[in-house]
Design a protein around this ligand. Structure first.
Ligand SMILES: NC(=O)c1ccc[n+]([C@@H]2O[C@H](COP(=O)([O-])OP(=O)(O)OC[C@H]3O[C@@H](n4cnc5c(N)ncnc54)[C@H](O)[C@@H]3O)[C@@H](O)[C@H]2O)c1
Length: 436
């Protein structure tokens, strides 16, 4: 059969094939019981925590049992959101950076949503896992390799699923690309690019030019500190932890100029942050190698002026997809040899079932935030594995600690095998329950 004809018939068969060959024994398609309640605790009620609270209490089975923040006012705002939308008031925990421990101790929870500052994610997640509570933690779930291992051990030993809420894994275009890759349309996958290119300086610094909690990190560390958005879709495109794994990472950082330059322009040369020495390089580029001979280039680029981009690209023996160009080229299929064709018709044809199934009404960043939370709740209710498991969560986050070591030592660093050898026989599970 010619490649063009093969591709016409392949789409029809993909869902059935995936169901037969792709499901991991421990991770089954969720079969939620519609009447069962899911008791959720929320830790960290800032911008992101408030968004997740609003979305989750919009699901009929979710009960916001308790909320926790450093500041009483923030917990009261959360309680008001619950009451104003006809829900019972949650219990409030506040005023200490360890108040979350009392919340985990005293409340009977099915799930905890963690949206605090980066540095507390791993400790809170680990404590919840040790109590058998499902974890949904914002990005990144860990800042060091040591924290990553603690999460793997806690999840395995307590048989409790742990999910980092990497929403870009659920983006509509990324899932359509995943469908095409699973159909074999790009051939054997060999290479991918991803980036978090986002001028976020007005987020890292407050309206007076002082460092917010994120900016404080830039004084002390130099690393690919926001790696998970770029890497999210790539780990599923490349079968990382399910047939392949990262073996090595090499990171290079530019000099640190963006923060000083921004503060000087916006707040004048006499502002303390205009001259302060920042350690964090403006652009960190990581090169990752896999056991099966693939490579990935990943940029963390948030300190220079530029429009937002993720610059995803994935390339195999039969074709290439480029997100920034919104284009694709399939050998023997695209109408003109060696010329891009528009991605849009493919996006429509290979749209993932998750996107066909969601309603269009709410949730941040389009609908992927709502989707990841909906799938997480389904998993908790049916006591199944989570949509992105602990191995994938820590693999995306480990880039932070590994890149710091690589920059410091100016050499490639071995990437830990968090699956302890099981990557060889683990089967793809991400977004496979519904496919096309
Ligand atoms: N996935 C995405 O697209 C996305 C978007 C925005 C933010 N985020 C992530 O969400 C997380 C939160 O970001 P944000 O923008 O909401 O920050 P934020 O500063 O607005 O909120 C953090 C909240 O956590 C609270 N907090 C800090 N330490 C705490 C502790 N020990 N106990 C209880 N509460 C504590 C703070 O008081 C604050 O209210 C970060 O990890 C960020 O990277 C992800």
């Amino acid at each position: 059969m010619k490649r063009r004809e093969f591709l016409k018939t392949a789409a029809a068969g993909v869902a059935g094939t995936a169901m037969l060959t792709g499901l991991n024994e421990t991770i089954k398609a969720a079969e939620p019981n519609p009447t069962e309640k899911v008791r959720v605790g929320f830790i960290g009620i800032g911008g992101r925590g408030t968004d997740h609270l609003r979305t989750l209490i919009g699901f009929p089975e979710v009960e916001a049992v308790a909320v926790c923040d450093l500041f009483k006012e923030k917990t009261e705002i959360a309680a008001k959101i619950c009451i104003d939308t006809g829900h019972p008031a949650p219990k409030l925990y506040f005023e200490s950076d360890t108040a979350w421990q009392s919340l985990l101790e005293k409340e009977k929870l099915d799930l905890v949503i963690i949206t605090t500052n980066w540095e507390s994610h791993a400790a809170i997640s680990e404590a919840a896992l040790k109590k058998g509570i499902y974890v949904g933690c914002e990005v990144p779930i860990a800042l060091s390799v040591e924290e990553c291992w603690k999460l793997v051990e806690a999840s395995e030993q307590n048989k409790t699923p742990c999910m980092m809420l990497e929403n870009w894994s659920f983006r509509r275009d990324n899932l359509a690309v995943l469908n095409m890759i699973r159909l074999g349309m790009l051939g054997e996958i060999l290479h991918a690019h991803g980036a978090y290119s986002h001028d976020a300086r007005s987020y890292w610094f407050d309206q007076n030019g002082n460092t917010r909690w994120h900016g404080e990190h830039f004084l002390k560390e130099n690393r690919s500190f926001y790696s998970t958005h770029g890497l999210g879709p790539i780990i599923s495109w490349l079968d990382i932890n399910v047939g392949d794994r990262f073996t090595e990472l090499y990171a290079v950082a530019t000099a640190a100029r963006g923060a000083n330059s921004y503060i000087k322009q916006k707040f004048g040369p006499d502002h303390p942050n205009a001259q302060k020495e920042f350690k964090q390089g403006d652009i960190v580029t990581c090169l990752l190698k896999t056991a099966k001979g693939k490579s990935v280039v990943l940029n963390c680029d948030t300190l220079l002026p530029r429009p937002y981009a993720n610059r995803w690209m994935v390339q195999g023996t039969l074709g290439i997809y480029d997100e920034e160009k919104a284009s694709i080229y399939l050998d023997g299929v695209s109408p003109k040899e060696h010329q891009w064709e528009p991605w849009k018709p493919y996006a429509e044809k290979y749209d993932h079932r998750y996107w066909k199934d969601v309603s269009n009404d709410s949730g941040g960043h389009g609908n992927e935030d709502r989707m990841e939370l909906r799938l997480l709740i389904d998993a908790v209710k049916s006591k199944n594995g989570v949509p992105l498991d602990v191995y994938d969560s820590v693999t995306m986050s480990a880039v932070i600690g590994l890149s710091e070591m690589s920059i410091e030592q100016d050499k490639p660093i071995e990437f830990p095998d968090f699956t302890k050898g099981h990557w060889k026989d683990r089967k793809p599970y991400f977004a496979i329950d519904r496919m096309l």
